[in-house]
Design a protein around this ligand. Sequence first.
Ligand code: OGA
Ligand code: NI
Length: 340
Amino acid sequence: MDPISDPPFEEAYKNLLNKTQNNSNDFHNGIEKFAVVEERELPMIDLSRLENEDEMVREECKFEIAKASQEWGFFQVINHGIPKDIFNKLKSEQEKVFKLPFDKKTKEDKFLQFSSGSYRWGTPSATCVGQLSWSEAFHILLKDVLGSSTQSNTLRSSIEEFATISSNLAQTLADILAEKMGHDSTFFKDNCLPNTCYLRLNRYPPCPIASPIHGLMPHTDSDFITILYQDQVGGLQLVKDKKWIAVKPNPNALIINIGDLFQAWSNGVYKSIEHRVVTNPKIERFSMAYFLCPSNDTVIESCKKPSLYKKFSFQEYRQQVRDDVQSLGSKIGLPRFLLF
Ligand code: OGA
Ligand code: NI
């Protein structure tokens, strides 16, 4: 691996890392809030059943999706209809773009015609080592990519292809979850347009530091639904019954998780669960995530009364998250909007 392509984590976080070595409490407060890790299978759902001619089979599949969203906030799907080829193409473009020299990546926004600030690394706001993320990402607003096709650029065309097909899957899942709450609504189709959604390309460089460091600090996603494709390295963990659960990679499965907005919309029925990535000392890891997001002015309001949460626009939600990250080092999220 070309060392110049890695962000300068050790240099930038020298003080935080030194402080940690001198004070292991600081570290444990950060990274080990929950008891340690078990490896468990996420609920596995075969989506081919949604096409079955037998209504009972289709309903059983929908029931499992809703149940997993309530009990885990996370599940895996197979036979999801997204050809392997689409991931493979994007994955190889992803590897290429991250291999560019670090200097170039920080200026990549313009070069790739993404909005400025698309390339991110580390955690500029970290105040303790538990808030540090040993990773880099392109966080791409799909408006910047979709429809601008004379896609001679293969990264952009692979993103477009992946986003278009992921958007269909995300809409299907959102509609099923709404239906299971007794709402046959067009809310998601009307408000989560392909160009209001985001795609995130993540890279987790090997981390040479001996003490455990997050690849991605614990967080919940600020969207309705996330579709995640990960490689075979592993490192994704989520909280279940107050324990961290390690998700075993499965080359045929996509991981689906509920985000904060769906938790608010469903009045707490579907759970937006904290998750994180732990680093690997030797092997780099890649993942890509599609985030089903509404337009900024969309108001998110619980579909059941009495509501647990104040209603808010997506814009307000994002602003609150940004303010909290800036002033506290990490996101508070939905608890900010609790009514009681
Ligand atoms: C994210 C995320 C997990 C992973 O990008 O929000 O949780 O495995 N990624 O990269
Ligand atoms: Ni996430």
